[in-house]
Design a protein around this ligand. Sequence first.
Ligand code: IVH
Length: 715
Amino acid sequence: MAKPRTKTRPAIDTLTKAQAKVELKRLALEIENHDKYYYQEDAPKISDAEYDALRQRLNSIEARFPEFVTSDSPSQKVGVQPSGRFAKVRHAVPMLSLENALAEQDVLDFIGRIRRFLKLGDDDNIAFSAEPKIDGLSMSLRYQGGELVTAATRGDGAVGEDVTANIRTLEDVPKRLKGRNVPDICEVRGEVYMTKQAFLALNERQKAAGETIFANPRNSAAGSLRQKDPSITASRPLGFFAYAWGQMSDMPENTQSGMIKWFERCGFKTNPLTRLCHSVEQLLAFHRQIETQRSHLDYDIDGVVYKIDRIDWQERLGFVSRTPRWAIAHKFPAERAMTVLRDIEIQVGRTGSFTPVGKLEPIGVGGVIVQNVTLHNEDYIRGIGGNGEQLREGRDIRIGDTVIVQRAGDVIPQVVDVVLDKRPKDAKPYHFPKKCPCPLHTDVVREETATGEEGARARCTGEFACPYQTIEHLKLFASRRAFDIDGLGEKQIEFFFEKGWVREPADIVTLEARNAKLKLEEIEGYGQTSVRNLFEAIRRRREIPLERFIYALGMRHVGETTALALARGYGSWEAFHDACLRVAKGDEETIAEMDALDQIGDTVIKSVAAYFGESHNRGIVERLTREVTILDAEKPKSNSAVAGKTVVFTGALEKMTRDEAKAMAERLGAKVSGSVSKKTDYVVAGPGAGSKLAEAKKHDVAVLTEDEWLKLVGA
Ligand code: IVH
């Protein structure tokens, strides 16, 4: 452990505003670094007391200068607390999020999609449970034999944190479910929140005590829950509204509204504003009515949620990636504030695209301090953007301008207007860089759109020669959702890259073998333990699931969900790699096959073709695959008769829509293809089936009617 710091720091009450600002930045960095040593490397460099002193100093400065509290300050981070480490809990049923509707049209589209999916006519009644969207923290409460056994945060949706001891202190959470005959396993889900009044009072107390100042009630609820000492949580007034469920050994009700009443009978509070609606007009009226009540409510809400009331319909509709098809969050319009744009910085992304970032005089918008805004692209700044719908027409953005900043929920803050009266006389139109800020100063080009026109995004043409792009790719490669290499954070990657030790992903995997020369343990701040830990973390990843491997390649438009769809579609690296090489060569059949995979379309296929069409990339991939073992993808588990089979639907279906049939087949582990080949197992043909039926006969593929298909899958 490092020696205690001897350097004295100025007393907090003598700090000027400017000194405080600098000191806060420095403390934030220092705390972040120590968090990394502690959490990622399990190798703290200072004692807990010294660490606590750093946080205490940051809290006290923020308490004196609350205007400098930013949403990314260590005091606001939910994930990291001095001594609060919690056990992980894997959710029996994942905790998902909701798709957002901003405009009324989005709500109409949502209902239209449901009608089509369920094959309902315009006159068929659909009942919706309309509920306020509470801006707190979602929580999953697991009851066994009626007793509360675990309370877990959402976490990343799959794995959350065990906060049972703290949740037990909440009055709104029954320790034992009321009523007889409650199902043996019940997971009740809902939102933990802090009232606005309690939040303001808590901040007053925190300020007086020189402790953490929270940016909004949501953060204060999160901070209050992440306490190692439950008596602190108990002293903070937290509420809980129940609105959903996870695993249930038995369903006591068959509607959402019935479940809400059941939660009440079990002893929970549910939101009193929840209503049952029967038409889009009623939903929109609900939205308007709740919006007018919003500022008078004593808890924060950021919209309303509409959920299909019938649970059997919810089940039929299912999910698309991480959001249900049967629910939507209809958000309220964003909140706005005015501030000054101090500067514009260019960030170069992994694929070379430029994002201009506006540096603002920090400003509170909707309870959060904002200091960076995305300015999207050159056209947006010049006020001529096709993508510029958020920016008021006829405006351009200049450094020094007074701007209106808008923030809507989790959406990145935007500049939506420029106050021309306040424009400094000498403000000049912004000149977008023509060269990449990287040391190569490569020329910048405007990206082409899908139709071949000039797009709005500028990109560095340096590709692999542009160090920014390479570094960004290496960061993605080592990141949590890709190779997940503990101890190899962004700073370390930058450092290894600058040293020339890591230029491509395979170099990370071979670090240990090359260490006789590199001698990482001799680098300041590293040491034997952290180098040993790093090598061990890398060794652990020499076996890697296919979906992670695909994601880690960093192909454009291939995020985590797409990578998973590709992995599941092909099963093994060999099959996937072979297909990619064929796609890059323009092989029509392979392209059609890839296109038939769920969630894969033209954009992804073009990107796969571009990536594997490039010999430099093929080299990177080849060198990497020599170093690692890629594990086959887990096929969706299913003991259904159609698991692993390839199915083609053709003609009209009468009992369900094509989308629904496709989703059902995929749920059962079948692969749905758009064209018939000798690899097809079944063709399900309805009235009007044409050439595909003929193809099926040609290849001797089994042809089923819709009823035969339903019988086969046991529906
Ligand atoms: S339902 C499968 N209902 O919103 C989706 N969520 O964006 C289950 N939230 O993580 C969520 N009020 O934290 C639902 N009445 C409500 C809600 C609500 C707030 C939050 C929840 C969730 C997020 C989704």
